[in-house]
Design a protein around this ligand. Structure first.
Ligand code: C5P
Ligand code: MG
Length: 315
């Protein structure tokens, strides 16, 4: 499956669940009544027409009227003309109004929706650092050291997605599996929800969010609904070095995406989709860039020095 197919599958899943939510929430009675009525007045039209939206059917009234034309037919009995023309519409209006009143009353009973413009965590209470870098740049290795020395809580988006993929009964398991295999980005709703849940459960005030955001929509959504990030820690590394590391790791990692073909796709996704995120934060002066080519010790020394400078006692 390609990245596009992966995306399409995600959208189909979202659309299906949205549609079923709507089916559960909206009183359908008025619409059914309307289409039943219309189909009875357009019996001479092809059956496909009768299933179209009420609006398209209204536009076709001239056809419907033509089928009731009296040309060449005996005139209808007196008084029946008005009845045929107007009583269906009176019923439709009555049912429509009833449905509307029902909907309004149901809305009143619903709890107020949460204000989505307020993030779940305030940056005054919680420090969030995004950790980015190509696959194999060494994000996980550096995060482990920062956890050891500065008591951050480390949340790896990739690890959370793999855990969700393996969770029995997960409705996103197959979708995540396909995306990871193809180096594609999992739809942001899934990843943002997993991160928010993990942050609530951790109850910490300092987070390293590793491998996230990989796409602009993830960045915007997370900062809007979860927490604005303090900065992006970006590990810069040449592709050849990363490829070597990943192939080495692939010998023992057991990961479905540590193979030559998946690695190539992941690099491409990183350049096309994830680098624009780094560029975005760069324009906001929120990027701390570290050269990830040397040994882990050297990379860590530079990481510490730069973070101390920017974060001070927040580190
Ligand atoms: O970060 P990691 O290399 O573990 O991510 C593995 C895969 O998980 C990515 O290639 C991608 O398919 C998915 N992922 C994602 N969005 C993220 C992080 C990971 O879709 N923010
Ligand atoms: Mg990792």
């Amino acid at each position: 499956m390609t990245a596009t197919a992966c995306g399409r599958q995600a959208w189909r899943q979202l659309i299906r669940s949205t549609a079923s939510n709507l089916r559960q929430q909206q009183p359908l009675q008025p619409r059914f009544a309307f289409s039943r009525q219309i189909s009875s007045t357009t019996r001479s039209l092809p059956s496909r027409t009768a299933t179209r939206s009420p609006f398209s059917l209204l536009r076709q009234q001239p056809f419907a009227q033509r089928s009731y034309s009296s040309q060449g037919q005996p005139p209808p009995p007196r008084g029946s003309n008005n009845q045929v023309k107007f009583w269906p519409f009176l019923i439709v209006i009555a049912l429509g109004s009833g449905g509307y009143i029902l909907l309004v009353n149901r809305r009143k009973e619903m709890p107020p929706t949460t204000d989505q413009s307020t993030p779940a965590f305030s940056p005054a209470d919680v420090t969030v650092l995004f950790v980015l870098g190509g696959p194999g740049a060494g994000k996980g290795t550096q995060c482990a050291r920062l956890v050891r020395d500065y008591h951050f809580t480390h949340l790896s988006a990739g690890d959370l997605l793999r855990a969700e993929q393996d969770r029995p009964g997960s409705q996103y398991g197959q979708l995540i599996k396909d995306c990871i295999k193809n180096g594609a980005i999992v739809p942001m709703e899934v990843t943002v929800a997993l991160l928010e849940k993990a942050m609530r459960e951790a109850g910490s005030s300092k987070f390293l969010i590793d491998g996230f955001p990989r796409k602009m929509d993830q960045a915007l959504k997370f900062e809007e609904v979860v927490c604005p990030a303090r900065l992006v820690l970006f590990y810069d590394c040449p592709e050849a070095v990363m490829e070597q590391r990943l192939l080495e790791r692939g010998k023992t990692s057991g990961r479905a995406d540590d193979n030559a073909e998946s690695i190539r796709k992941r690099f491409r996704t990183f350049i096309e989709t994830s680098m624009p995120v780094v560029d975005h934060y760069e324009t906001e002066n929120r990027v701390v860039k570290v050269d990830a080519t040397p040994t882990p010790d050297q990379v860590y020394a530079e990481t510490q020095a730069k973070l101390k400078k920017v974060l001070g006692d927040k580190l």
